[in-house]
Design a protein around this ligand. Sequence first.
Ligand code: FE2
Length: 447
Amino acid sequence: MCGRTFDRQRVFLTLLLAAVASGRTPARAADAPRELDPLAPRHWRCIWTENPATVATLSWSTAAAGRQHIVKMAVVDPAPATDQERQRTVAAQHNGRFTGDDLELHYHHARLADLQPGTTYEVTLESDGHASPPLRFTTAPADDRPVSVIFGADSRSGLVERRQMNALMARMAAEARAAGRPPIVALAHGGDYVYDGNELSLWAQWMADHELTAGVDGHLLPIIPARGNHDHGEHFNQVFDFPAGDRNYYAVDVGPQLRWITLNTETVVAGKQTKWLAEQLADARPQYRWVVAQYHRPSFPAVKLPGRGLVHWVPLFEQFNADLVCEGDGHTIKRTPRLRANKIDPTGVPYIGEGGLGVGQRTPNAELWYLRAPDAKVGSDHHLQLLTFDREKLSYRVVLMSGEVFDEHAWPVRPPEQRAVPAVEEETEAPAAQAAFRAPATAKALK
Ligand SMILES: [Fe+2]
C-alpha cells in the first residue's frame, strides 16, 4: 500500500512539474484534488487506430477499479440539427487493471463508432460519477480539405523537455485552429514513449504528460501510435487499446486522400507484416493522393545501423512510390532527398524523422550519401515535424522546442503515372512483390 501511495504522489508531482513546464500552472493546480480521488479520471487521450472519420477511442485511467465508466458526448461543431445528435452516452467497453504490481492503475477505453466526419464533440469521461473536465476531440474529415499531422518520436527521457514539446503541440494546434490554417488533426508518434516499457509508473508519467498535448480548452490531439524498441511488453497495448501481443501494425485514413500506414519494427518484419504492407500499398497507391508510412527503427538511419525495413520494406516503398516515410530512434533531425535503388532519384521516396520529443539528441552522420547537404538536412535539437497535405504538395516543417523553424521543404504531388499500381514484373523473387501482385486493384480514380 505504501508503494502505491508513493506512486500516486509521484504522479501528482509529475503533474505539477508538467504544469510548470507548460506555463499552465493555475489550471493544473486546480486539478490537484483529483489526485486524492482514486476514481477521478486522468490520463485522457484520443487514439486513432481505425477509420478516424467515424471511429475513435477515448481512454483514461483511474487509481481504483470502479464499476461504471462512461463517456458523455455532444456534438458542438457543426451545430447539431436534432437533440438526438446533441447528446450521447457510451459505456467504456474495455476496462481492466494495468499489469504489474508497482502501481495500481486501471485503464478504460471507450470505443466510439458511428461518429460524424469532420465533427467536434465535447465529452466528459466519468467513472462512478467522478467526471473529467470538459474535453473535445475532432474526427478526421470526409472531404478533401488540407490537413496537418505532427510526426514525432522518442519521448522516453528528458521529461522536462517532453512536457515542453507536448505544450508546443497544444499551442500549435490551437494556433492553427484560431488562424484558420489547415487543422493539426493528429500526432503520429513513432515510438519510444518510455525508457522501460514494462514499468507502469513510467507509462503513468507519460500518460500524465500527454494531457499537455490538449489545448487549454481541453481539445485533445489524437494519437496514431507506433511501437518503439523501448516499448516492449503489454503496457503498450493496454495504453493504446491494442489486442494482446505484438502485432501493432495498421493503417488509417486521415481524410479521404491520405493513407497513413503504421508498421512495427519490434516484431517480425518479414513474412506476414511485409505481405500486409505490400497489400496496403497496392491498395492505397492508386486511391490516395498521399501514402505515408511510419515506424520506429530507421531504414536510412542518421546515427545507427539500418533496421530490417531496409531489406523488406524499402523495395515496396519504392515499387509503390510511397510519398513519405517517417522514422524514429536515432535522436536527431533528418530529411533525406527522394531515394530509389540506393541513389538520389527525383521519383524516389524521402525519409524523415529520427525522434526529438524530449530525448537527448545525438549527432547525425552528415557524411552518409543520403544525408549530405544540400540535398538532405540534418541537425540535433528537440523537435517535431509538421506535415501538411493539400491538393498540390506535401509541406514539411521542422519546429524546434523554442518554436523556431529549423527546416522547410515541400514535395509536389506525384504525377498520375507514379500513383498507378506498378506493372507486374515478369521475374521477381521477392515474396513481398508477389503479394503485391495479388493485391486487389482499385476502381477509384486518381485525383
Ligand atoms: Fe528507439
